[in-house]
Design a protein around this ligand. Structure first.
Ligand code: SAM
Length: 271
């Protein structure tokens, strides 16, 4: 598949600017500290859980690794695992490399045609990556590529964004007299039936809720946080959304309720 598409320039321009403005910082691509923190904590918790279940978690690929912030956290958490980063925007690749994460190659490449052999990894992570592939057929190919480079029985930690979360959030915002939030210009979020049908070709969805362990993420892991930060806070202040406020941090203890967050966490197992 050619990586020379109409939307590729939009993506490159967006993330070049992001790289220039945010460098190695955790705020790069995510200004919301609670969202970033939950993505990272949930990723670490799921890896720990998989290990406890006896799953091999030794070869990990982070696709769309940005400035390699997550890879550095993963390395600090475990000195022995084999880490690899794959990133599309050359400026992000350079920043990621400059982080100097030990024994962690960072490769410039494209999720639509991953430059790795079949079955090369036990775990693949995408943290808000495939939503930047702004074409449904290319997104489907991207999911298939993730499956291809995973070993049979390997796990895909899919942290991506969905339209059903946005619809629920906007219904809550409308009730509070707020205008709808939009999908960002550089994203194409997934419709849930399309997503489940597409990933169902290669993966089974792992339902972590059966373990009744609140530390294990469910798809709606950010729902209450989005309700408070993107509906309640702007309704109370009648001001544009501000991230990382006292009010939002105060309510961070809430367990996930409802389906108000576009960003969702799916654990998938390759068949
Ligand atoms: C929202 S950012 C997230 C970056 C990182 N995962 C993080 O959480 O900070 C999305 C990343 O995906 C990269 N990306 C966009 N299109 C891509 C593609 N086709 N293949 C691989 N990476 C891509 C972007 O350059 C960007 O760094």
């Amino acid at each position: 598949m050619s990586s020379d598409n109409a939307y590729s320039d939009v993506i490159l321009e967006h993330y070049r600017k992001e790289a220039e403005e945010h460098g190695k910082d955790a705020s790069s691509t995510m200004r919301d500290e609670i969202t970033r923190g939950r993505e990272i904590a949930s990723t670490l918790r799921v890896l720990e859980f998989l290990r406890s279940q006896g799953a091999p978690v030794t070869r990990i690929l982070d696709v769309g690794c940005g400035n390699a912030y997550l890879l550095e956290v993963l390395r600090k958490n475990d000195a022995r695992i084999a880490l690899t980063g794959l990133e599309y925007t050359p400026e992000m690749v350079e920043i990621g490399k400059s982080r100097g994460v030990a024994a962690c190659p960072i490769v410039q490449g494209d999720v639509r045609e991953l430059p790795f052999p079949d079955g090369a990894f036990d775990v693949v992570i995408t943290e808000r990556c495939i939503i930047n592939v702004m074409d449904r057929a290319h997104q489907a190919e991207s999911f298939h590529q993730v499956a291809r480079v995973l070993a049979t029985g390997g796990y895909y930690l899919c942290i991506e964004a969905f339209t059903d979360g946005l619809e629920q959030l906007n219904a809550a915002r409308a009730e509070l007299g707020l205008p709808p939030n939009d999908m960002p210009y550089h994203n194409l979020w997934f419709d849930k039936p399309w997503f489940l049908e597409t990933i169902g070709r290669d993966f089974d969805v792992v339902d972590l809720s059966v373990h009744r362990d609140p530390t294990l993420p469910t798809p709606n892991f950010l729902s209450s946080h989005y309700f408070v930060s993107r509906a309640m806070y702007p309704a109370m202040t009648r001001a544009p959304i501000l991230y990382n406020t006292h009010l939002v941090k105060f309510f961070a203890f809430l367990p996930p309720m409802g389906n108000y967050a576009p960003i969702q966490f799916y654990l998938l197992r390759k068949r």
